[in-house]
Design a protein around this ligand. Structure first.
Ligand code: PRP
Length: 199
């Protein structure tokens, strides 16, 4: 019998927190000479970025990076390489790195170092989730939506095996070994097919 995933952060909580973050970000950049550039880290941050930007009251530019981290089991190794870079120069611009989750900190550390070398006017980072208990590399993080415990999360951009990103709330997956063996484990519980049947 498969235990259903628990809702860790409900959609209303997400919406409320995003509104607060959007207000803070709007205020932080309202008086700057040029719009800030928000750099989403594909793919996980895409849902958060899209919703966050629509809570903001100022104009912004959007760009994306895709990076590959070499995984050892469920922990990233700290070795990262760029698969897709931003498409505009960052020199003298205000840059905000947007992450869905910061875990060991390797990815954000790498991004800060890499983008920082391009001489932006300012470089800050925001993450929806901060799994601070898992941090290996201490890394500055200016804004965070929620600090979460060491639980395996899916939903709202965060995947397992490419699945679950389009859930509109964050779930804690209770049975990691079973999910690892069967990535679609929670699909029948969390999604419906248009014909009403199971996936
Ligand atoms: C996740 C997340 C961060 C990184 C954080 O990306 O979006 O980029 O892991 O982990 P770290 O702090 O241990 O480095 P993932 O590799 O799962 O890619 P995805 O966003 O495409 O799912």
């Amino acid at each position: 019998m498969t235990a259903a995933p628990d809702v860790l952060i409900a959609r209303e909580e997400l919406q409320e927190r995003l509104r607060a973050l959007g207000a803070q970000l709007s205020q932080a950049y309202a008086h700057r000479p040029q719009p800030p550039i928000f750099v989403g880290v594909l793919k996980g941050s895409s849902i958060f970025l899209a919703d966050l930007l629509r809570t903001m009251a100022i104009d912004v530019l959007v760009d994306f990076m895709a990076i590959s981290s070499y995984q050892h089991g469920t922990t990233s190794s700290g070795v990262v390489r760029i698969l897709k870079d931003v498409e505009q120069p960052l020199e003298e611009r205000d840059v905000v790195i947007v992450e869905d989750i910061v875990d060991t900190g390797f990815t954000l550390h790498y991004l800060r170092k890499t983008l920082g070398a391009r001489r932006p006017a300012s470089l800050r980072a925001i993450t929806l989730l901060d799994k601070v208990v898992r941090r290996i590399v201490p890394v500055p993080l200016e804004w965070s939506g929620f600090e979460i415990p060491d639980v395996y999360v899916i939903g709202y951009g965060i995947d397992h095996g490419g699945l679950y990103r389009n859930l509109d709330q964050i779930y804690a997956a209770p049975d990691l070994p079973q999910l690892a063996a069967e990535p679609g484990l929670y699909v029948p519980t969390l999604f419906k097919r248009s014909d009403g049947g199971d996936v």
